[in-house]
Design a protein around this ligand. Structure first.
Ligand SMILES: Cc1cc2nc3c(=O)[nH]c(=O)nc-3n(C[C@H](O)[C@H](O)[C@H](O)COP(=O)(O)OP(=O)(O)OC[C@H]3O[C@@H](n4cnc5c(N)ncnc54)[C@H](O)[C@@H]3O)c2cc1C
Length: 553
């Protein structure tokens, strides 16, 4: 008989995830954890069982755009994959958006919601993308004070009834620019009390959604970002026909292939103003804070999935007379990935915790500064980690990792979108600079890290603790020193600064959790903290901007 390698398997993705369970045990009061744990166990079972099997079976299905019906009517209908249809029902019924708005657990509601989203996401082929935008749209509409739209849309966005559930798109990017959205060319013209939009939207994901929030320039408004207004659009009319929206084509993408991402033409699309006739970029910002947090969650969830599969495989695969798990170098490689993952997990859930506080009115001034700066920092840091970790996870399978029907290549392709959408690494690094300048957040960040690390007393953690504090101190010193050389020098180093803040603060969070876990007999987070401390935390460094100009030319 020819040799046949047994494939990797997944168990209950909540039970198996010691890092998540440790984090929740520290972050949640025991009664809250007791109340939500049943839902986490169920989602963990689904994500490692039926949904994962469906995902593997669904591999070759992709969304289809049907532009015409048999009689020549333009219908622009999108047929999503069977897995997406299942994911929509699961997401609605399990409250993956609703939980945040039901607020059953007050400031812990976001932790509950995002822990579920984290378990669900890697088995759901990026269905988290429409959920993120739906969550963000609900947040924007609720904050807009527009009672008509709140009553019209929010009950659909936040329901647990799968038949009434709506998802929302977010149409910002145009061919002129996704980063510089001030270049938006879509025009809004008055039509009685309503508006009509004319223009092209260049990247619109989850185009099967029932509604979207989008930017357009009311006629007569000035050029630039301030002249844009935020609009609400329903994608279908009362008879289910496209609402004067043409879907020109679905993008042919490297990854996220289950997500129908379209190029749209708005041809007098009926729309309603959400909030005022200008300042659309400012008004849509709360949506971006939510989608960026979903992005961080998706990044850590993909890392965790890659590791779960790689670890299981390392126990099954034999090379040179022993399992890979027993080979010191293979074990060391996986340990490095585990440390990255655990650091990312703590960084992400720190933001989630603050978001929960913000939405339940329990955010101090200092925490408000931290939330503002750490939302983009966590997004950009974890997105980069995810691409690196997934690339290594694939290599840990050898050739099998490169073969499509193992399901592994998908993880890397999907991870590669994480540093691009919702703001690229550079764009978010510049946003971090703005947040640091406006909010004075660096001293707050250092104080928070110092506070977290106060309890660390285990000798083997003291180095990690000191390094975390030192890296944040050096980041602050770098900013002060480089500012003297002018704006261009600071801008050139913004990415390194933001990554230093992300990695340095993640190390602080992981180290304080490691002490907490050691006190309860769990040595894994301490091992992860020590390992992460040696993985390049302080990146700000001293670079000559002139070198960058020479090398880029
Ligand atoms: C799969 C997918 C789905 C998407 N879905 C949506 C969607 O649903 N809705 C939506 O609105 N958008 C969507 N996008 C678009 C996405 O948000 C944009 O692609 C992204 O914001 C970057 O914009 P851009 O493509 O125009 O690149 P550009 O803005 O042209 O950027 C090109 C490069 O320049 C860099 N850069 C730009 N400005 C600066 C600067 N000032 N300093 C330094 N570097 C800079 C960027 O970091 C980037 O590396 C999607 C994209 C993808 C890939």
């Amino acid at each position: 008989m020819a040799f046949v390698q047994s494939p990797p398997e997944l168990g209950n993705q909540y039970t198996d995830d010691r890092a998540l369970r440790g984090l929740l045990a520290q972050a949640l009061p025991p009664d809250v954890l007791g109340e939500i744990e049943g839902s986490l166990l169920e989602m963990g079972e689904l994500a490692g069982g039926d949904l994962y099997r469906l995902q593997l079976a669904d591999r070759c299905n992709e969304p289809k755009l049907i532009q015409w019906d048999a009689w020549g009517n333009r219908i622009d209908r999108i047929e999503v994959s069977p897995l997406w249809r299942a994911a929509e029902r699961i997401a609605a019924e399990r409250g993956l958006v609703a939980i945040a708005y039901e607020q059953r657990h007050d400031r812990y509601s976001r932790l509950h919601q995002f822990a579920l989203a984290y378990l669900f996401s890697p088995s759901a082929d990026v269905y988290g993308c429409p959920l993120a935008m739906t969550d963000g749209a609900a947040r924007v509409l609720l904050g807009s004070g527009n009672e008509d739209l709140i009553q019209r849309a929010v009950p659909h966005l936040t329901t647990r009834d799968a038949n009434a559930f709506w998802t929302s798109g977010q149409w910002m990017t145009e061919a002129t620019g996704g980063s510089d959205v001030g270049l938006t060319a879509t025009v809004a013209s008055r039509d009685g009390d309503a508006w009509r939009l004319t223009g092209r939207k260049w990247f619109t994901s989850a185009i099967a959604s029932q509604m979207a929030l989008t930017l357009a320039r009311p006629e007569g408004n000035p050029a630039g970002g301030k002249g844009l207004a935020l609009f609400y659009v329903e994608t279908r009319d009362a008879r289910g026909r496209p609402n004067r929206i043409l879907v020109n084509r679905l993008k042919d993408k490297l990854g996220t292939r289950k997500v129908p991402t379209a190029e749209l033409e708005l041809v007098g699309t009926p729309a309603r103003l959400v909030q005022g006739t200008a300042d659309g970029i400012r008004n849509i910002a709360p949506l971006l804070n939510i989608t960026r947090t979903w992005n961080s969650i998706y990044a850590v969830s993909l890392m965790r999935r890659g590791l779960a599969l790689a670890r299981d495989y390392s126990r099954r695969r034999i090379a040179f007379g022993a399992s890979l798990a027993d080979k010191p170098l293979h074990a060391d490689t996986l340990a490095g990935l585990e440390a990255e993952f655990q650091a990312a997990l703590h960084l992400t859930f720190f933001v989630v915790e603050l978001l929960g506080r913000a939405e339940s009115g329990q955010l101090s001034d200092q925490q408000s500064k931290l939330l503002r700066v750490m939302t983009p920092v966590a997004k950009l840091t974890t997105a980069k980690q995810a691409v690196a970790v997934l690339s290594e996870a694939i290599e840990s399978f050898g050739g099998a990792g490169y073969v499509e029907d193992t399901g592994m290549p998908l993880l890397l392709r999907d991870a590669q979108v994480l540093p691009i959408w919702e703001g690229t690494t550079n764009v978010l690094a510049l946003d971090t600079l703005r947040a640091l300048g406006a909010e004075g957040a660096l001293p707050a960040l250092r104080r928070e890290a110092g506070f977290a690390l106060q309890a660390v007393r285990e000798p083997s953690l003291l180095r990690a603790s000191a390094l975390a504090e030192k890296s944040l101190e050096r980041a602050e010193a770098w900013l002060a020193l480089t500012s003297r050389s002018g704006e261009a020098a600071v801008e050139a180093g913004a990415r390194r600064l933001a990554l230093s803040l992300g990695r340095g603060f993640a190390l602080a969070l992981l180290t304080q959790h490691a002490q907490w876990a050691l006190d309860r007999g769990d040595t894994r987070p301490a091992a992860a903290a020590r390992r992460f401390a040696d993985s390049g935390v302080d990146l700000a460094g001293d670079r000559d901007p002139a070198d960058a100009r020479v090398l880029a030319g």
